[in-house]
Design a protein around this ligand. Structure first.
Ligand code: GLN
Length: 477
């Protein structure tokens, strides 16, 4: 067993017992990442400064200094999260040579905790997609079976955890992009409450939905990373001051688990349905109380999500004009022509589709029919979730209708969007949720269980997931 095959918590202990050094952990993980780069394509950029960061941790250890639990742990950072001095491309030609002048708040926190940022992970362009196949740097393959996608948009982050090319990772989740790739790669992915982790330095896709989330091999690994970034930051005015405490008990007894009947009426693969049902049964067997609940608007959330997220994207991405930001075309023709060419050449097909959709739904004459109706649905959904959480502590659901996404098959965008039906409801309501492995389909592809909590009950989500893991769920071998 190589060092990179351990969990982050095991390595933290081994470091303290001097059974290995941070530099050894880093070199071992980097070797794995490089070996797998051709077949998986999890990384866009490796960090040349990482070795120095690992050595600094070893020096701190030698000096007898106190370490955080993530000190010396190799961490992948999704390539839409700003890293000072290191490329942040959003997997777009538009930003292919962009080097951020500052660190995202979450990255600042990782660095001051002694984490070793191994590199920037591959993703869908500007985080728009579900299979990490819309980006400029090629698709991310699933380490479990390379004919399949790693999921998306944080596919590189989830894949790297699955094959040992990083021990922990940061992803971003706007409508499922941390949870869904975690589910498809058989790892754990957590999307915090909106306002629990600063968005400062996360390149915006849809600002009212974007969140930075932690990915790890186990619930406790994921929790230690979340704990480092779950800190107040005045630079993000949407932040709250409610934080987790480091205390996972994993108690399932008496936990009221809601099963939303509208979600289980949706189409999903048989293997997904049976794995998720078995997970819910296992929780019940260990003391959880299962309750069927109803959230009437939940299935419409996906329609409203694509209207709202595209509207916000069209506004956020207006800044990439080739003058102030982003790729510039050769500059021939008029100024208007230059804008047009820079944006046509700099953005890929999916991003252009979202910009056009978003511009349309905000345009005069259509805004009332689309954007305003979607916003009203979002408010109704939040109210329905509030009522639901009067009947239960946590909601259990699938993450994605399929266990695997075959790469290279052309798909209708509407079908791809519709498959986000399980992840976007909690995104729209700002709720915390986690994806944890709960089984495999016949081909051995992982299936994830999603647990959703009430706003700022992030701790409860972790605790229920940990409870499930303790009783034998969440195993990814
Ligand atoms: N699949 C969703 C989309 O394409 C989610 C993306 C995300 O969470 N960044 O919008």
């Amino acid at each position: 067993m190589k060092l990179c095959d351990h969990t982050a918590l095991e390595l933290a202990e081994m470091l303290r017992k001097r059974q290995c050094s941070a530099k050894e952990i880093y070199l071992d993980t980097l070797q794995r990442a490089k070996e797998k780069q051709d077949s998986i394509n999890a990384y866009i950029t490796f960090n040349d400064e990482a070795e120095k960061a690992a050595e600094a941790v070893d020096n701190m250890l030698a000096d007898g200094k106190e370490l955080t639990l993530i000190a010396g742990i190799p961490i992948a950072v999704k390539d839409n999260i700003s890293t000072k001095g290191l490329r942040t491309t959003c997997a777009s030609k538009m930003l292919s040579d962009y080097i951020s002048p500052y660190d995202a708040f979450a990255v600042e926190r990782l660095k001051s905790a002694g984490a070793v940022i191994i590199g920037k992970s591959n993703m869908d362009e500007f985080a728009m997609g579900s299979a990490s196949d819309t980006g400029y740097y090629g698709a991310v393959r699933n380490p479990v079976n390379t004919s399949y996608s790693a999921g998306g948009s944080s596919g590189g982050s989830a894949a790297s955890i699955s094959y040992g090319g990083a021990l922990l990772a940061l992803g971003s989740d706007t409508g499922g992009s941390v949870r869904q790739p975690a589910s498809l790669c058989g790892v754990v992915g957590f999307c915090p409450s909106y306002g629990a982790v600063s968005r400062y330095g996360l390149i915006a896709f849809a600002s009212s939905l974007d969140r930075i989330g932690a990915i790890g091999r186990t619930v406790s690994d994921t929790f230690i990373l979340h704990n480092i970034i779950n800190v107040a930051d005045p630079k993000d005015v949407t932040m709250s001051d409610i934080f987790c405490s480091f205390n996972l008990k994993g108690e399932l007894k008496g936990v009221k688990v809601g099963v939303v009947k509208e979600l289980f009426d949706c189409f999903m693969d048989d293997d997904v349905r049976s794995s998720v049902m078995a997970a819910i049964k296992l929780m019940e067997k260990n003391g959880a109380v299962i309750k069927e609940i109803s959230i009437p608007s939940i299935r419409s959330a996906v329609n409203a999500y694509y209207i709202i997220s595209s509207a916000e994207a069209s506004s956020n991405l207006a800044r990439y004009d080739g003058i102030r930001y982003g790729y510039r075309s050769d500059g021939s023709g008029s100024l208007a022509e230059m804008y047009r060419k820079s944006r046509s050449e700099g953005f890929g097909t999916e991003v252009k589709r979202r910009i056009m959709l978003g511009t349309f739904v905000l345009s005069e004459g259509f805004c009332d029919d689309y954007y305003k109706r979607a916003a009203a649905l979002r408010r109704r959904l939040c109210a329905e979730f509030n009522e639901a959480f009067e009947q239960c502590d946590i909601i259990a659901a699938p993450v994605y209708p399929q266990a695997g996404i075959k790469l290279g098959e052309s798909k209708d965008p509407i079908d791809v969007y519709s498959a986000d039906v399980f992840t976007v409801p909690s995104s729209m309501a700002g709720l915390p949720s986690i994806s944890i492995p709960c089984g495999k389909n016949k081909e051995g592809l992982p299936v994830g269980l999603q647990l959703i909590g009430n706003r700022f009950c992030d701790n409860m989500v972790f605790d229920a997931a940990y409870g499930y893991e303790l009783v034998g769920g969440g195993i990814n071998d």
